[in-house]
Design a protein around this ligand. Structure first.
Ligand code: GDP
Ligand code: MG
Length: 710
């Protein structure tokens, strides 16, 4: 007979590592029916009758996030024969919260205290015998990483699977237990005994999905409700909070006895640093200063030196090294191609098209790498978690959650994982809103556009690059306010609980690894997507009707005569009110859909000229905020699981980008004393509409239950 064992635990507690260790290579990866959450199952190496499942990581069995729903449905409906509750031993308190719930399900549970290698290295001590006694199940120390205890925990799980379900040892306070007993009696008495408690607790918490499952009569519901209300009155809190608090109190009482931390020193240092960094008044200016430095250094100073070398030297005419002049790649390529007698058109394709386009993008890679080093450092040292915490405090007022900011910070590297990071957001409305706004933040691929505009048109002015970042944050804030006032997005955001990790110095290896992981995908893209796009742009600018004559192939023809020129001429009027009424800029904007770096790639193939700094800044703003690249749109499509929502997201982003660029360009003109009456009226109209959307009275909370479905 096959025994099914599920691995459950918080995110990052080491489930997948343990899973891989148990299954070796005999695993099957898929998706859960209907949702894009990874499903992993596999046979245990050497035991054909043991199947393990790696469940999505969760903090609790509440029905808030997709992960929680998937995991909970799996456990409650499929009922594995046993569960291994993987607990991160370095984060005992937070992890045991889930444990208290898992043990109530009537399924045999074995606790694996993982990361024991780290716990021991720190000199902390966990008394597993005492812990097991208090919780009511077997506890085993393991290190999924080096294999310690893995076979013991497997044996214990198999043994437990043969026995009855774990009986929870935790007793809630009198008032709660009284209500629970009534609920068990009235609502769930015909369920198997082991499962009654969990259902009763969930009913007590007024978990809507459970109410759907157990289908109570109105009579019973009213009866139960009065029990719950009585308990709430007695304990002075709402029922769900009562349960949460009592679980935490229980855990505290356990860890006090079973867990001894060697040194509280690091903790206290972190607390001291946090007094400043998360201070109510200082937090925001510090965050702004940090991001200013990050962008200033990566775009304007260090990054720019290297990029100048790459653009003017390596991919330009050449550079000086130890007093010797070394020609750049295009020059060398041209010489080599001449030497082998290459046809003129092919030479133009290779040098102007491919080296020009790909080189223009590659030239900015060093800047991306510098940015990624900063991001890796901020993440690794623990500051990013603080930013989410600080932002939560501010965003809460607009009904947004700090969790949205995690997506946004991930999106600073690349929008695709940023959009995927929204999965941790509990409620569907906030999740959608985060997906829609995440790509406002400049991703790595937008960095070249920022750098190009900053250096080519503003002489490397220090404010340009950071302003792009803060504009993105601003767009997100504005969107939050506007969207929250619509019926579809109205409602309180879920509370944000997050344990702030202690500060520590990340290792150089980790930083470099993270930088490389992010950066490599851009280099790869340069060799594939950007290369192809450059060929297309070059081809489109070499085919056309030179000098008004018949259709012909002629590299280097006047741009307006070419196919691309004709196309650009049709499109560019759309951007006229934004100031970049110019073929190159129009084409670049359209090609930005393929990949944002390609905006710069286009200028590598077609020469860039004719924009005033103001128009260039407007161009920058539009390209930063408008519809993201196809890869990110694809991610939006997958995460939204709806074509309609995807369309809405892209349309919203583009309209907002247009509005921002329009208002900034037209008001900028006003300052320069060059008023364009029609444009100004248009901008004022858009500004007024925007202000209306911002300050109007929002849809009330009654809209809370509307439009919940996909
Ligand atoms: P999951 O999110 O629960 O699937 O966690 P993973 O298996 O992906 O592990 C998260 C991180 O913890 C990875 O970097 C692992 O290498 C690391 N990890 C997992 N188990 C151990 C362990 O026993 N000791 C140490 N030091 N690291 C571990
Ligand atoms: Mg995993």
């Amino acid at each position: 007979m096959t025994i099914r064992i599920a691995l459950a635990g918080n995110p990052n507690c080491g489930k997948t590592t343990l899973f891989n260790r148990l299954t070796g290579s005999t695993q099957f990866v898929g998706n859960w029916p209907g949702v894009t959450i990874e499903k992993k199952e596999g046979r245990v190496k050497g035991f054909d009758d043991l199947i393990v499942t790696d469940l999505p990581g969760i903090y609790s069995l509440s029905p808030y996030s997709l992960e929680e729903v998937v995991t909970r449905n799996y456990i409650v409906k499929e009922r594995p024969d046993a569960m291994i509750d993987v607990v991160d031993g370095t984060n005992l308190e937070r992890n045991l919260y889930l444990t208290t719930q898992l043990t109530e399900l009537g399924i045999p549970v074995v606790i694996a205290i993982n990361m024991i290698d780290v716990v021991e290295k720190r000199g902390d001590v966990i008394n597993i015998e005492e812990l097991g006694e208090r919780i009511g199940c077997k506890v085993i120390r393991i290190s999924a990483l080096n294999g310690e205890g893995v076979s013991e925990v497997l044996a214990a799980a198999v043994e437990a699977a043969k026995g009855p379900g774990t009986i929870p040892h935790h007793i809630f306070s009198g008032g709660v237990e009284h209500a629970l007993a009534h609920i068990e009696e009235a609502a769930v008495h015909n369920m198997p005994e082991g499962q009654q408690r969990w259902y009763a607790v969930k009913i007590f918490e007024r978990d809507e999905k459970i109410y759907d499952d157990v289908r109570l009569s109105d009579d019973v519901k009213a009866h139960i409700e009065s029990d719950i209300v009585a308990a709430e009155k007695e304990l002075g809190d709402d029922s769900a909070s009562i349960i949460t608090n009592e679980r935490y109190n229980y855990i505290e009482s356990i860890t006090k006895v079973c867990y001894r931390r060697k040194s509280a020193q690091r903790r206290s240092i972190s607390a001291k640093i946090d007094k400043v960094l998360t201070n109510r008044i200082l937090a925001l200016p510090i965050f702004a200063a940090v991001m200013f430095i990050v962008y200033y250094v990566s775009v304007t100073t260090v990054g720019a030196w290297v990029t100048d070398f790459m653009n003017d030297g390596l991919f330009g005419d050449g550079f000086n090294l130890f007093g010797a002049w070394i020609p750049g790649v295009p020059v060398l390529a041209e010489r080599a191609l001449d030497a082998i007698g290459c046809a003129g058109w092919l030479k133009a394709l290779l040098v102007d098209g491919i080296i020009g386009g790909v080189g223009a993008v590659l030239g900015f890679v060093p800047q991306m790498f510098v940015l990624f080093i900063f991001l890796a450092f901020l993440e690794g040292c623990g500051y990013v978690a603080r930013i989410a915490f600080i932002m939560d405090r501010i965003f809460k007022r607009f009904g947004l959650s700090g969790k949205s900011f995690i997506s946004i910070l991930v999106g600073t590297g690349c929008g695709v994982p940023g959009i995927m990071a929204s999965r941790t957001i509990e409620n569907e409305r906030d999740r959608r809103m985060t997906i829609i706004t995440t790509t406002f933040i400049p991703c790595g691929a937008k960095l070249p556009i920022i750098a190009l505009v900053a250096s080519a048109l503003f002489g490397g002015a220090s404010w340009v690059a950071p302003s792009a970042y803060f504009l993105g944050v601003f767009a997100i804030g504005i969107s939050g306010i506007i969207l929250k006032k619509t019926k579809i997005f109205a409602g309180e955001s879920a509370p944000f609980v997050m344990e702030l990790p202690d500060y520590h110095m990340p290792t150089a290896g980790n930083i470099l690894h993270s930088m490389w992981e992010r950066g490599w995908s851009f280099i790869r893209k340069a060799g594939t997507v950007i290369l192809l796009a450059s060929v297309i742009i070059w081809g489109g600018s070499s085919l056309g009707w030179p000098d008004g004559g018949p259709f012909a192939f002629k590299p280097g023809m006047e741009l307006p005569d070419s196919i691309i020129g004709h196309f650009g001429n049709v499109v560019r009027w759309v951007f006229a009110p934004l100031g970049f009424n110019n073929i190159q800029a129009a084409i670049a904007t359209v090609m930005g859909l393929v990949a944002k770096e390609e905006v710069v790639g286009v200028f590598g193939v077609l020469d860039f000229n004719g924009l005033s700094p103001l128009a260039a800044y407007s161009f920058l703003i539009f390209n930063l905020l408008c519809a993201p690249c196809f890869a990110a749109i694809g991610a939006i499509r997958r995460e939204m699981n709806s074509a309609k929502w995807t369309l809405f997201a892209v349309a919203y982003q583009t309209v907002l980008a247009y509005a921002f660029a329009l208002i900034i360009y037209q008001s900028g003109l006003l300052f320069c004393g060059e008023v364009n009456v029609a444009g100004l009226i248009f901008a004022l109209f858009v500004l007024a509409s925007g202000i209306y959307l911002l300050v109007r009275r929002g849809a009330g909370k009654q809209a809370d239950h509307g439009m919940a479905g996909r």
